[in-house]
Design a protein around this ligand. Structure first.
Ligand code: AMP
Length: 191
């Protein structure tokens, strides 16, 4: 079972590269951001709660997101090749919860693909994406808050996974195909 975490700041290319990984390795995609946006579109209670955090560039509380992740993972069933976790974990508590959830299933994180991109490029990409994504949080003001949140709450995960020997550093600036070929090499090294 191939359990890939794709890790990086907002705008680092997690979604774009996830699509390529899914096409090649046939793994299931779990994007907590997509799950939350679906809840918002359906105007559920969970969606209303999540929107208040998302629009402020803040993280949705761990307890909520860990429950969402567990039920999304269960819904995928057992007959799968693996999962790519996109936008999860974003805190140490979430990473520990993921380790426990996978351990309960006799599995573990195979590798963490860490897409590294400078701030200037990240903001530029998010603003460009906002022109077509329709996402309320893809604007300069919220993007800057999201980056602050990333550095204070999510970045510490890099050391967490380095200590576990799982972090594969990938330069996230360049052509999509060149970046992907480095990702593929990292995945093939643990397959
Ligand atoms: P994304 O699509 O991954 O950029 O996520 C969009 C927004 O959803 C984030 O800025 C957070 O507000 C929220 N979100 C997504 N995933 C998580 C997570 N794992 N933990 C907390 N909040 C999350």
């Amino acid at each position: 079972m191939l359990n890939i975490v794709i890790f990086g700041a907002p705008g680092s290319g997690k979604g774009t590269q996830s699509d390529k990984i899914i096409a090649e390795y046939g793994v299931e995609h779990i994007s907590t951001g997509d799950v939350l946006r679906a809840e918002i579109n359906c105007n559920t209670e969970l969606g209303k709660t999540a929107a208040a955090y998302i629009n402020e560039g803040k993280l949705v509380p761990d307890s909520l997101i860990i429950d969402i992740l567990a039920s999304t993972l269960d819904a995928k069933g057992k007959d799968i090749k693996g999962v790519i976790f996109d936008g999860f974990p974003r805190t140490i508590a979430q990473a520990e919860a993921l380790n426990n959830m996978l351990a309960e299933r006799g599995q573990e994180v195979s590798t963490v693909i860490g897409l590294e991109v400078n701030d200037e490029e990240l903001i530029k990409r998010i603003i460009a994406r906002g022109k077509t994504s329709g996402r309320a949080d893809d604007n300069e003001e919220t993007a800057k808050k999201r980056l602050d949140t990333y550095y204070s709450q999510t970045m510490p995960l890099k050391d967490f996974y380095i200590k576990e020997g799982k972090y594969a550093k990938i330069d996230g600036v360049g052509s999509i195909d060149d970046i992907y070929s480095n990702i593929k090499a990292a995945i093939d090294a643990v397959k």
